[in-house]
Design a protein around this ligand. Sequence first.
Ligand SMILES: *Cc1c(COP(=O)(O)O)cnc(C)c1O
Length: 377
Amino acid sequence: MQFRDLQAQYKALKNEIDSALLQVASDCNFISGKQVTELEQQLAEYVGVKHCVTCGNGTDALSMVMMAWDVKPGDAVFVPDFTFFASGEVVSFEGATPVFYDVCEETFNADVASLERAIQAVIEEGVLHPKAIVAVDLFGQPADYVALQEVAKKYNLLLLEDGAQGFGGKIGEQISCSFGDAATTSFFPAKPLGCYGDGGAVFTNDDTVADYLRSIRVHGKGSFKYDNVRIGWNSRLDTIQAAVLQVKLKAFASYELKNVNEVAVKYTELLKDVVKTPIVPQNMYSSWAQYTLRLESEDQRDALQTYLKEQGIPSMVYYPKPMHQQLAFDGNRNYVDCPVTEKLCKTVLSLPMHPYMTDEEINTVAFHVKEFLSKNN
Ligand SMILES: *Cc1c(COP(=O)(O)O)cnc(C)c1O
């Protein structure tokens, strides 16, 4: 069994993907081909924002927003303690300071009370300048942007949605990657909408920010490629990746997102009485980048993972380490404690999850999880 079966997806879309790839090969428009501009329009329309600016990967997307907002040494940027490293890495890369806040146990996403305590601690200390909040749509579920927006407004902070795992999620009718002052996503192959390599995008309604991003992704270009008006870098989405994404976006919107939600419903139905299954708050919709259980202890979690492996079922620990314990952030001051993140890192386990899972596979995974827990609870 595959954790995320990309081959099943390729088989389902083979004809369209093959012809999209061959089209790029025969046109030889490898960089900035028309597929890139078309895709940006399609993505902006799907998400419901004015601008989509694609780039080399989801980390560059985050960094480009940091650059656009002039995040610099002396600035504090508030980042969840429970996330993929890149969410905080990009802050340090600009020389600014990531300040980690805790998450909610049931949603894995921003704990707004902890965030506010962190902001107040920074203000009280009076050393760093509070600049922006990063919120993450972990495992496919949007963070609570209604509450986050209020905090951002109250303290006059910019709000960035790291939607690397969140593409396709919703709060009410509003689609992920449209929240905050800017949002980013990743097209890494295993994300909800993945390409055949690295890729990423920024979404924003801000014309000035969008113009700036289109400039810095190509060496700070001005009116044309060899007119350089600022220091930028080179981070473009390859035409080949855009061509693959055009095919995949259609499948994603027409049935993949619906199917992956059906898989989640089936898992939860089978498992909810024996283990803590993921909780999607009312009014929210997840794109299920991961289906993540919470076990009773680290020992139980590790033993379940070993047991599943013996049955040929892959599972993953996202994430084994809180951000504030990463060696790379050694020396950073912790403004608030993050006990929930510490607990989650010891007790979470993500099961195989993707839109092409068969009922048989879902039943097999659930059967073995139940089998294990009936003996080890
Ligand atoms: C994957 C991921 C990123 C980085 O995306 P890349 O395309 O791999 O650079 C950033 N943030 C989160 C939350 C992610 O899951």
